[in-house]
Design a protein around this ligand. Structure first.
Ligand SMILES: *[C@@H]1O[C@H](CO)[C@@H](O)[C@H](O)[C@H]1NC(C)=O
Ligand SMILES: *[C@@H]1O[C@H](CO)[C@@H](O)[C@H](O)[C@H]1NC(C)=O
Ligand SMILES: *[C@@H]1O[C@H](CO)[C@@H](O)[C@H](O)[C@H]1NC(C)=O
Ligand SMILES: *[C@@H]1O[C@H](CO)[C@@H](O)[C@H](O)[C@H]1NC(C)=O
Length: 351
C-alpha cells in the first residue's frame, strides 16, 4: 500500500490506520470543543493500528489504557508521557481555536478543532513517518506537517496566516525532538503489550457468489474473517483481471469481531453469460503462503442445474417407486395373512 493512500486514510480521520503489512502505527485523535456541549472540552483517543489502546480527557487529566487506570510503577512513564503530550495538545488546540474564532468572528455556538498526530514504524523498528494535522469544524484543513524521514511536507491551510520561518523551525523541532521519540517509544511499548492482537494473522475465507439480478447475474467475490486488514483481491475473467471500474464495492470493512471483510461485485449480462467465461476470485494475504482461488464457469451453471434436476427427478422416481413397492408389499402381506388365516381356519375346520 502506497504512502499516499495511507495519508488519505489518515486525512479522512478514519481511525483505522495501518500503513501496510510491514509496519505499525500509533495515532492520537484529539478533539477540542468550545461552546456548550455535554462532552468534555478536550478528548483524545489513542489507536494502535486499528485497536483503541488509550483515552484521555480534560476532566480526568490522566491517560487510561483500554479503559483502566494504570497503577503499575513501570507504567509511570507512560502516564507522564501522556500527560505531557496531551496536556500540550490541549493548550495548543485551545489557543488555535481561540485565534480561529477571533479571525472569523465566531462568538456564538459550538466550534470544533480536531487533530490527528502520530507516527508509523517499520517492523525493523525504524521510524517511517511522523505527522500531525489540524482540522477546523471538521471541514477545513488548518495546518499540517508530515515527515517521512527524508522529506518534510507542509500544509499551512488557508484559514490563518501561513508559517513564518521562526514558527516553522519551532514546529519541526517539536516534532522531531519531542513527539517522534515519545511516539516511537510508546508505539513499541503498546506493540509489545498488544502483539497477540495486532500481530496476529488470520487467513481470509473466500467465496464466489452468483446471484440472479434483472438483466443477468451478479458475480461477487467475498473475502471475510481476515486480519490484518491488508488484502489483495481480484476478480479474473478467463484469467485476466477485470478492470476496477467495472467492479462495485471494494472497501475493506470491519466485521465487528476484530476481523475484516471485502466484497467486489461484477454485473454479468445474459449475453455475456452465454460466452461461458471462466470467473475466478483470487486473493493474497499476509497470512497465506499461496494465493487463494475460487472459480466459476458461467453457463456451466445451466448444465449443473439440468444435471441436478435430472438427478432430482430420478430421486423422486426412486422414492415413489419405493413407496409403491412398500405399499404393494404391505397390501399383499395382508392378503397373504388373510389367506393363511383362512387356510388355517379351513384346515382347523377340517381337523
Ligand atoms: C463581528 O461581529 C460583530 C457583532 O456581530 C460586528 O459588529 C463586527 O462588525 C463583526 N466583525 C467582522 C470582522 O465581521
Ligand atoms: C518521502 O516523501 C518524498 C516526497 O513526497 C518522496 O519523494 C520520498 O520518496 C519519500 N520517502 C520515503 C522513504 O517514503
Ligand atoms: C478457470 O480458470 C482457473 C484459473 O484461471 C482454472 O484453475 C480453472 O480450472 C478454470 N475453470 C474452468 C471451469 O475452466
Ligand atoms: C499486494 O500487492 C502488492 C503489489 O503487487 C504487493 O506489494 C503487496 O505485498 C501485496 N499485499 C499482500 C497482502 O499480498
Amino acid at each position: 500500500m502506497g504512502k499516499l493512500s495511507v495519508f488519505l486514510f489518515v486525512l479522512s480521520f478514519y481511525p483505522i490506520v495501518n500503513a501496510g503489512s510491514g509496519s505499525h502505527s500509533l495515532w492520537a485523535l484529539a478533539t477540542y470543543i468550545s461552546g456548550e456541549t455535554p462532552f468534555p472540552e478536550f478528548t483524545v483517543v489513542v489507536m494502535l493500528d486499528d485497536v483503541q489502546v488509550g483515552y484521555y480527557d480534560s476532566n480526568m487529566k490522566q491517560s487510561v489504557y483500554r479503559g483502566q487506570h494504570i497503577n503499575d510503577k513501570a507504567e509511570d512513564e507512560e502516564v507522564q508521557d501522556g500527560a505531557l503530550v496531551f496536556g500540550d495538545m490541549y493548550q495548543s488546540m485551545k489557543n488555535r481555536l481561540f485565534k480561529l474564532k477571533h479571525h472569523f468572528n465566531l462568538t456564538e455556538g459550538v466550534q470544533v478543532q480536531k487533530r490527528i498526530a502520530g507516527c508509523e514504524m517499520l517492523d525493523n523498528g525504524e521510524p517511517a513517518l511522523v505527522m500531525f494535522k489540524n482540522v477546523f469544524n471538521t471541514v477545513s484543513v488548518d495546518y499540517a506537517i508530515y515527515y517521512n524521514m527524508t522529506h518534510f511536507t507542509y500544509d499551512a491551510g488557508q484559514l490563518l496566516q501561513g508559517w513564518d520561518g521562526k514558527r516553522k523551525e519551532v514546529e519541526i523541532n517539536n516534532l522531531m525532538e519531542v513527539y517522534l521519540p515519545i511516539c516511537i517509544k510508546s508505539l513499541k511499548r503498546f506493540l509489545k503489550r498488544e502483539k497477540n492482537i495486532v500481530m496476529r494473522k488470520v487467513p481470509p475465507r473466500l467465496r464466489l457468489i452468483k446471484k440472479e439480478v434483472s438483466g443477468g447475474f451478479q458475480v461477487s467475490c467475498l473475502a471475510f474473517g481476515f486480519y490484518p486488514r491488508h488484502i489483495n483481491m481480484t476478480l479474473l475473467r478467463d484469467g485476466q483481471p477485470v478492470a476496477e471500474q467495472e467492479l462495485t464495492g471494494g472497501e475493506v470493512l470491519p466485521s465487528g469481531d476484530g476481523t475484516y471483510q471485502l466484497r467486489k461485485s461484477l454485473e454479468v449480462s445474459t449475453e455475456e453469460l452465454k460466452k461461458r467465461h471462466n470467473y475466478t476470485c483470487t486473493a493474497s494475504h499476509l497470512s497465506l503462503d499461496n494465493k487463494l482461488d475460487v472459480s466459476w464457469e458461467s453457463g456451466a451453471e445451466r448444465v449443473h442445474l439440468s444435471t441436478l434436476s435430472a438427478l432430482l427427478v430420478m430421486l423422486l422416481g426412486f422414492i415413489l417407486f419405493s413407496i409403491f413397492i412398500c405399499v404393494k408389499r404391505r397390501w399383499s402381506n395382508t392378503v397373504d395373512a388373510k389367506v393363511s388365516v383362512e387356510m388355517n381356519l379351513s384346515s382347523d375346520s377340517e381337523t
